[in-house]
Write a protein that binds this ligand. Structure first.
Ligand code: TMP
Length: 228
């Protein structure tokens, strides 16, 4: 019954990606949204990039260890692309085709921002990688969680505890500021797909705003899913 309340092609799942800098609260918000969709009787899976499939998780380990950085920005981009190719083919597409909603922690915007804007990888190279790995697959909705850099970095440090920072957490404050600017630019350039949400608020407020974005963009008017 919930399927009928979804805008357009009710048989196919919806693809929702979450993006943002370090410590923006993506994991918490994805978990909350998955619970809420479950309560609304919509089947949903939570996945992430890099990773989300056995092969891609091996690549995740490689890039976050800093190994990819040693190879240079283009080769590091190829590693992210290889991970995405496997993840899309074995997890995301099959789920969407079965009517399952896919909530993905990071996707191709991360490549645009981290490798493109910050790693200075050429747009033509990124376009070619996208054609190969995702083809026509585009998120139905991208939630960009926006948080001041100092706040995000403090949150990430608190979450990490005694663990050493990973490849990207270890970058300096300037890098993280550029990251934030790049995400804000994507949100401004693609308002049909992206919603920028202030993630400096408490988790409950952010979750309410995430749900409002789904209500406005993905559910049909008058749907009873909305109040679930
Ligand atoms: P996270 O899952 O903790 O956010 O860590 C993933 C890291 O990988 C994060 O710092 C962003 C980075 N990343 C890229 O640089 N390019 C990509 O395409 C993706 C998906 C992630």
């Amino acid at each position: 019954m919930a399927e009928a309340a979804v805008k357009k092609s009710p048989g196919r799942g919806r693809f929702i990606t979450f993006e943002g800098g370090e410590g923006s609260g993506k994991s918490t918000q994805i978990k909350t949204l998955a619970e809420r969709l479950g309560a609304a009787k919509l089947r949903a899976i939570v996945t992430r990039e890099p990773g989300g499939s056995p092969g891609a998780e091996i690549i995740r380990h490689l890039v976050l260890s800093g190994m990819g950085k040693l190879l240079g920005p283009d080769a590091e981009t190829l590693l992210f692309a290889a991970a995405r190719d496997d993840h899309v083919r074995t997890v995301i597409e099959p789920a969407l085709n079965q009517g399952i909603w896919v909530l993905c922690d990071r996707f191709s915007d991360s490549t645009r921002v981290y490798q493109g804007r910050l790693g200075k990888v050429a747009p033509e190279f990124l376009n070619a990688m996208e054609r190969v790995t995702i083809g026509d697959l585009k998120p139905d909705l991208t939630i960009i969680l926006d948080v001041p850099v100092e706040v995000g970095m403090q949150r990430a440090a608190a979450r990490r505890g005694t663990r050493a920072p990973d490849r990207f957490e270890a970058e300096d404050i300037r890098f993280h500021q550029d990251l934030r600017d790049a995400y804000r630019q994507i949100a401004a350039a693609e308002p049909e797909r992206c919603v920028l949400i202030d993630a400096n608020a408490d988790a409950g407020t952010v979750a309410a705003n995430v749900w409002a974005a789904l209500r406005d963009r993905l559910f049909a008017a008058g749907s009873n899913v909305v109040s679930a």
